[in-house]
Design a protein around this ligand. Structure first.
Ligand code: EPZ
Length: 423
């Protein structure tokens, strides 16, 4: 693998249009849902991302037939038979969302073995909620040699599962498993993210009986079989918020299409409070930065509909050049401030106090060589580089390719001087 870098010549206000891609974090569970049926599941508006390729490799080795029409952004998945119920370490360690195959394979085959995902840059990332929920549905689970061994030889049985913490993929895994369990399941304290609603809508059109998705209690009546369907992946709300912040930080103006303000309720009201204008259009919304400095606003990450943790780093980049101060509190991941020292190398004034970072606005950032540590931290440094005076070089670009499709093309079309270079 050639290591690549991104080079940015900053200080140019962005202007133009960006079409938002399908959501990575909706597409991944939707792909896993194909394991619940022997009929084809056709997913449209699929993003072209490294994480999607990893999920394809995982499903392929389980026996899922995949047919990808990249020009149409369409992926057809057919799990006529699942000939291998093991998700191996080599794929799971690269992408934690691999855990999403556990519920569907167990529910369909009566057994599944999934490698434990291991550590991650942004925090400990336990999976106890997934495992305890499956135990509640009647599965026997053991951890042997780094693998989860789950068995339910007589099938899963519906029950009430109360989540101790709101978990996005935990809710998705259990919602999928419950679709093939006997009787009724209730998921209490469920996640309410738009990706949960999207998965529920797809499962419903595959024949599942689900009510309450988007609220904190989801009820599922189990079925013997699900069938195939065609489903359009919702727009990526994290990509949407990221490019809205790119317009704001460069004092530019961008029309974001194929998306909707409804996907980012708290983010949009905080951007407006900071002085950014967001105006709905027939295809998305127009972002217009204030020509004055934006105002610092306080942010606390929370499960949806709160401020998304996956937009915390990008919003912090914007706050570095705001007037006044901003207190950024991260409540979801315990180690998600790794962009802070990198932003400080570019001239930002940020001090971290436990789960909070105090950002005191500075008049400008200056370009510097920086290191990306995870997906959202990388794109935060791209935003900082776009606003900074001079040249910024971002190392370890592979993180970006996991979740942002053609990032340099999309920004380049809006006037950014950004290019990918080989080491
Ligand atoms: C999803 O991860 C997203 N990934 C993450 O996006 C996102 O940051 C996260 O939700 C929060 O919004 C996908 O959708 C594929 P959680 P997930 O389970 O489901 C604790 C990105 O950049 N917890 O909702 O793994 C956990 O420690 C990624 O695209 C347990 O205690 O997150 C955390 O504090 C990064 N036990 C909280 O719950 C568990 O078994 C929320 O985590 C599971 C989670």
């Amino acid at each position: 693998m050639t290591l690549q870098k991104i080079k940015i010549q900053g200080g140019i206000p962005l202007s133009g249009e960006i079409a938002i891609s399908g959501a990575k974090n909706a597409a991944l569970p939707l792909m896993a849902a194909a394991l619940l049926t022997d009929k084809p599941l056709v997913l449209t508006n699929m993003p072209n991302l490294a994480d999607i390729t990893s999920m394809q490799a995982l499903l392929d080795q389980h026996g899922v037939h995949l047919s990808n029409d990249a020009s149409q952004k369409t992926l057809t998945l057919t799990a006529q038979t699942i000939h291998n119920t093991t998700a191996p370490y080599d794929i799971v360690r690269k992408m934690r969302a691999s855990i999403l195959v556990l519920g569907p394979i167990l529910a369909r085959c009566g057994q599944a073995q999934v490698s434990l995902p291991g550590g991650c840059a942004i925090g400990v990332r336990p999976i106890d909620i997934h495992l305890n929920g499956l135990r509640d549905l009647g599965a026997e689970i053991e951890l042997i040699d780094g693998y989860i061994h789950a068995r339910a030889p007589n099938g899963l049985s519906g029950t009430t599962i109360t989540f101790p913490v709101v978990s996005v993929t935990g809710t998705e895994n259990l919602m999928m498993a419950a679709c093939l369990a006997k009787g009724e399941s209730r998921l209490v304290n469920a996640a309410r993210e738009p990706e949960i609603i999207d998965l529920a809508n797809c499962l419903i059109s595959m024949g599942a009986e689900i009510t309450g998705a988007g609220t904190d209690t989801i009820t599922i009546q189990g079925k013997k079989h699900l069938t195939g369907t065609t489903h359009r992946v919702i727009p990526d709300r994290i990509e949407t918020g990221t490019y809205a912040m790119a317009a704001a930080i460069t004092k530019g103006s961008i029309h974001l299409t194929n998306t909707s303000l409804n996907l980012i309720p708290t983010v949009s009201s905080l951007l407006q409070k900071a002085g950014v204008s967001l105006v709905e259009t027939s295809t998305g919304f127009q972002v217009q930065a204030s020509q004055e400095s934006h105002q610092g606003v306080d942010i606390m990450t929370e499960p949806f509909p709160g401020f998304a943790t996956d937009l915390q780093a990008q919003m912090m980049a914007l706050m570095t050049i705001c007037q006044g101060a901003s207190l950024v509190t991260e409540t979801i991941w315990e180690n998600r401030f790794m962009h802070v020292p990198e932003l400080c190398r570019m001239g930002a004034n940020i001090t971290v106090h436990g789960p909070s970072a105090l950002v005191r606005g500075v008049p400008q950032l200056n370009g510097a060589p920086v290191m990306a540590t995870d997906l959202r931290a990388s794109v935060c440094l791209v935003l900082a580089g776009l606003a900074a005076e001079g040249e910024t070089i971002i190392n370890r670009v592979y993180h970006l390719d996991r979740g942002y499709e053609r990032v340099e093309d999309k920004l380049g079309m809006c006037g950014a001087r950004i290019e990918r270079i080989d080491e």
